[in-house]
Design a protein around this ligand. Structure first.
Ligand SMILES: [Fe+2]
Length: 265
């Protein structure tokens, strides 16, 4: 089989892959996983998979994860509908940098989104921030400081406010706080990343006298423009990313947008 053709995105945050995701075989799956581990996020334009084909593509990456906050799609239990409506006021779901469900003891390894209904190109983008690059660019003293630190991540962190409208419509009604601790430095195939979800972090598990300053420093560093890329969606596009190496954020806009999300355990 020919190697997949790829093109790096702006700032090397991830890459575009030019291939058809319908019925991928084991060899293609291995190659996609390799690229995903290396680049963090992959963009596949103009796929237009049916829900069944999308679920089948996702199944190559592992078992689908349950999302504790919303009920799944009524016909496809692996798919969660992520929506913005033109009648919405306030923030979009997921607006603000985060990694999905970092408050769980086992957060999902991968997340994928499929564009079902999107506004005109350039609106309703998703921002991605590459945390391999962010880690590499940290000053040595900060690398040393965070090497063994654990963050505390909460489902009631600041991104929670962006879920309110959708939880009111089809939430699970489970309002109790979920909290977990994770190391702030993680690695994928030996390359280190910063694992600090700005939308969920509420403190450090370890004693630390300059906790607030360090969290503020990390967040502003992780989300620098140098490590970011704003992906513009067209209907049918699919993006998949590794939650250990990529932060993401919805961007503000007014209008209708519908995405299908699948997360992998
Ligand atoms: Fe998200």
């Amino acid at each position: 089989m020919n190697k997949l053709s790829l093109k790096l995105s702006e700032n090397n945050v991830g890459c575009y892959i030019n291939t058809n995701l319908k019925n991928i075989n084991e060899e293609q799956t291995l190659e996609i996983k390799k690229l995903l581990n290396k680049h963090g996020v992959l963009f596949f334009k103009d796929q237009n998979l049916s829900p069944e084909e999308y679920i089948s593509f996702a199944s190559h990456f592992g078992k689908p994860a349950e999302y504790p906050m919303l009920k799944p799609h009524k016909d496809f239990k692996d798919i969660y509908v992520i929506e913005r409506k033109k009648t919405d006021t306030g923030m979009s779901f997921g607006e603000g940098p985060h990694t999905d469900s970092s408050y769980l003891s086992k957060p999902p390894s991968y997340t994928m989104l499929q564009a079902i209904n999107v506004p005109k190109e350039g609106q309703g983008n998703t921002l991605f921030y590459n945390q391999f690059l962010a880690y590499d660019a940290l000053p040595e003293n900060i690398k040393y400081k965070i090497e063994n630190l654990k963050g505390i991540f909460s489902s009631k962190g600041k991104i929670a406010q962006t879920r309110v409208l959708r939880e009111a419509e089809h939430g699970t009604s489970d309002t109790k706080e979920i909290k977990s601790e994770h190391r702030l430095v993680q690695s994928i195939e030996g390359r280190k990343t910063i694992y600090c979800s700005p939308g969920h972090i509420v403190g450090f598990a370890n004693e630390n006298s300059d906790q607030k300053e360090l969290i503020d420093f990390l967040i502003s560093h992780q989300t620098k423009k140098d490590f970011s890329f704003s992906f513009s969606w067209r209907k049918g596009d699919i993006a998949i990313w590794a939650n250990k190496s990529i932060l993401h954020a919805a961007t503000a806009f007014n209008g209708d947008r519908k995405m299908y999300r699948i997360t992998i355990q």
